[in-house]
Design a protein around this ligand. Structure first.
Ligand code: C2E
Ligand code: MG
Ligand code: MG
Ligand code: MG
Length: 291
């Protein structure tokens, strides 16, 4: 694992390590300068309201265009950025760029849409998030209610009272909070109840398990998803499903009262410019709207 290498800075010699550790060092050096060299872009993926069929929000997803290696997926460089101690710089750039872009859509006269930004646990704990968020909002002119932060369960596990306080401050500003990849972490239900949050995002792996490969409802998988939707609603939270790829999944989720869906069925992540064509129209396939 990339993460294990960086922390203590050395690793026992092994011949096969050489090429890989060299590659990693080169990647680290490049990543250290990537913000300054303007190598990041944001892609946006729509979230759709399952009742109206309209765009309810978008999630900003960071993309690194490495000059030689090409597009590096966030699953590769985010953990590296965390181990190198540069995640907060990248995270702040993402936040500011997402706010700027969202405000630009408003300036173009498009219907208001909320932008969601992923905040890593490390970034959440090592920076003054309300201050960083406050500056990004002020500098962009974006109203706070159009910003949402996506946090993983791991954020909720440490320094619970302190975290709850920070989340309260953010919500007092008007910012929304959702829990990303819900169900894959280890957050206890008693913590969840105490956290001032707005939505649970059901992890893609659960959505994928609603149906088996032969297209039949998979009882266990389906009941986990239904249970998370019920849990969310009982806690007065919205339920959002990520990684929705089929009409059958979307229909199932709508029938179970899930509020919003996000996934390749609706749209892949696209540039801020390409997103414009998705505003102000029904984004659900006909088959999901019926029944
Ligand atoms: P995530 O926040 O759970 O984002 C959803 C990921 O699932 C995205 O991958 C998205 O492209 C992908 N996805 C969306 N719909 C579907 C679908 O229908 N099927 C499948 N198979 N995949 C789908 P991406 O963009 O590669 O991002 C991966 C992860 O990297 C994100 O997971 C998030 O944890 C992290 N990440 C992305 N951008 C940022 C960022 O700006 N800051 C931080 N801290 N993390 C980020
Ligand atoms: Mg996310
Ligand atoms: Mg997610
Ligand atoms: Mg996920």
């Amino acid at each position: 694992r990339a993460k294990d290498l960086g922390r203590n800075g050395f690793q026992l010699y092994s011949p096969t390590m050489n090429a890989r550790s060299f590659e990693r060092l080169a990647m680290e050096a490049a990543l250290r300068h990537a913000v300054r060299r303007n190598e990041f872009r944001l892609a946006y993926q729509v979230k759709v309201d399952l009742v109206s069929g309209r765009m309810s929000g978008v999630e900003a997803l960071v993309r690194w265009h490495h000059p030689e290696a090409g597009l590096v997926p966030p699953a590769e460089f985010i953990p590296l950025a965390e181990s190198m101690g540069v995640i907060s710089d990248i995270g702040e750039w993402v936040l500011r760029e997402a706010c700027r872009q969202c405000q630009q859509w408003r300036d173009l006269g498009l219907p208001p849409v909320r932008v969601a930004v992923n905040v890593s646990a490390l970034q959440f704990h090592e920076t003054d998030i309300p201050a960083v968020v406050g500056r990004a909002l002020r500098d962009s002119g974006l109203p706070p209610h159009l910003l949402e932060l996506e946090l993983t369960e791991s954020v909720l596990m440490q320094r619970v009272d302190e975290v709850a306080g920070v989340l309260r401050d953010l919500r007092a500003m008007g910012v929304r909070i959702s829990i990303d990849d819900f169900g894959t972490g280890y957050s206890s239900l008693s913590y969840l109840k105490r956290m001032p949050i707005d939505a649970l995002k059901i992890d893609r792996s659960f959505v994928n398990d609603i149906f088996s490969d032969d297209g039949q409802v998979a009882e266990e998988g389906a009941s986990i998803v239904s249970t998370i939707i019920t849990l969310a609603h009982n806690l007065r939270l919205k339920a959002i499903a990520e990684g929705v790829e089929t009409v059958a999944q979307a229909l199932f989720l709508r029938q179970r009262g899930c509020d919003e869906v996000q996934g390749f069925l609706i749209s892949r992540p696209v540039s801020g410019e390409d997103l414009i064509s998705l505003f102000d129209r029904n984004l659900l396939p006909d088959a999901v709207g019926e029944e």
